[in-house]
Design a protein around this ligand. Sequence first.
Ligand code: TMP
Length: 227
Amino acid sequence: MEYKVSFITDFLRNNSSGLYIAIEGIDGSGKTTQAKLLTDFFKEKKHPVVFTHEPTRKGLIGKLIHSVLQAKMNIPSVALQYLFCADRAVHQEQVIVPSLEEGKIVVSDRCFWSAIAYGIADRKSENVANTAEIFTVAQSVLSMYHQFMLPDITFFMDIPLNAAIHRLGDMNKGKEIYEKSDMLHRIKKGYDWMLKEFPKEFVMINGTKSVEEIQIEIRKIVGEKLK
Ligand code: TMP
């Protein structure tokens, strides 16, 4: 049986007074360091700020996800991505939206974009450039009927694959299921596709620069947005 599927979809945007910032990139690209430094900056300025992660660290679903990531239990990759979606839905409703409505800045280490890049990588299809297939993956991975909110600014930490693998080695990481080099290679391709498809949604950051240089650049861009 053949189906012709066609749909128009849009992202859910933030209409409240807070600012939603996400930092994206492959494992080992420096997201967490930058997200924490940005949070500290706002704390020092006494600006209400919330630092958060996807997947979440607390709660039933977040804990389950970490057990799978650390290979303590094994489930099909599609089931794992649905767990990420469930975790994200709870996170959006309980943390992100209420914080934005209170006028806070939300700094998130990853957001729904990760689901697309990692979902594409999970498909293990050689044809990572097949747009129809990727859209189908994106649509299925993102939602059954729930819309996830697009960050006001998404920084993409751009670093070469080898540099990320090297850093993960230095951090004694590389143990989680997505931190193996063949997987990182596929994930990078997933991000490359997204960056090409949605160029306006990302602010590219040269992740090979020093931590300080990157932080200055990020603060400048956020500062412009807050004006
Ligand atoms: P972390 O190491 O940044 O905490 O993220 C955990 C891993 O989960 C990382 O390898 C990226 C992956 N991931 C997905 O596969 N799908 C998702 O939706 C998210 C948010 C993360």
